[in-house]
Design a protein around this ligand. Structure first.
Ligand SMILES: [Zn+2]
Length: 233
């Protein structure tokens, strides 16, 4: 069933030395789509959605039929330490989504929950992800969070993909989450690497079993050939 999938059980280590897993199609070096769950440890909806997508990929990953999938990579839970204790930040108290080395990184934080770290890219979870992005050059990054329901893309080339994911979900799609996010993955991906980034904010507190029925169709379309041609990604 799950052929052609690479599984790195310890792709990177967290601050506390826990393993961070990475799954990828064998064609990962061919401009993959990179999916990431668990950037924030207190958002179980994002981890569940990444896990559900992985289950679907494990059942359907193949490169021999006309419905061939896009090359992909998937990190089920980037902030494994925070996830274990239901904390937004990593074990060093850093908001990983403010720690990326983008040109707008700022040492200012509106509250401790958004502490950006001592310097850009200071956290091992972030530096491992930066290295992965630089070495594999993804064409698109999608990360899964939870908050007020919305789908936000950073970088206009991500608009089509965001609309494809959001189709029939009832989620609003926008290019701006409504407040500055210096040092975020979106800012890093687009400003520094010209990779469009999509942030899915699932409804906070949603029934975890409702997430795949909501987003599965759009994510499947994003990954399949027909949709890829429509996207011109
Ligand atoms: Zn989040």
């Amino acid at each position: 069933m799950s052929k052609n999938i690479l599984h790195q059980t310890s792709w990177a280590k967290s601050v506390n030395g826990n393993d961070i897993e990475l799954f990828s199609s064998e064609t990962k070096n061919d401009s993959p789509i990179l999916f990431i769950g668990g950037v924030h440890g207190d958002e179980p909806e994002g981890v569940k959605l990444a896990q559900d997508l992985l289950i679907w990929l494990q059942k359907n990953n193949t490169f021999v039929n006309p419905q061939a999938l896009e090359p992909w990579m998937l990190i089920p839970c980037l902030n494994i330490d925070g996830f274990m204790i239901k904390q937004r930040m990593n074990a060093a108290g850093v908001d990983l989504n403010r720690n990326f080395p983008s040109r707008d990184w700022s040492a200012a934080a509106k509250s401790p929950r958004y502490f950006p770290g001592p310097h850009p890219g200071s956290e091992p979870e972030v530096s491992a992800l930066v290295t992965l992005i630089e070495s594999t050059k993804p064409k698109l990054i999608v990360h899964f969070h939870s908050w007020e329901p919305c789908i936000v893309y950073t970088g206009s080339p991500g608009k089509n993909a965001a609309e494809l994911i959001g189709k029939d979900t009832g989620y609003a799609i926008s290019e701006d989450i409504g407040y500055p996010t210096p040092g975020s993955l979106g800012q890093f991906g687009w400003l520094e690497k010209a990779v469009p980034v999509i942030c899915i904010e699932a409804q906070e507190g949603a029934d975890l079993d409702s997430l795949w029925p909501t987003f599965g169709s759009g994510l499947k379309n994003l990954l399949t050939k027909d949709a890829r041609e429509k996207l011109e990604l």
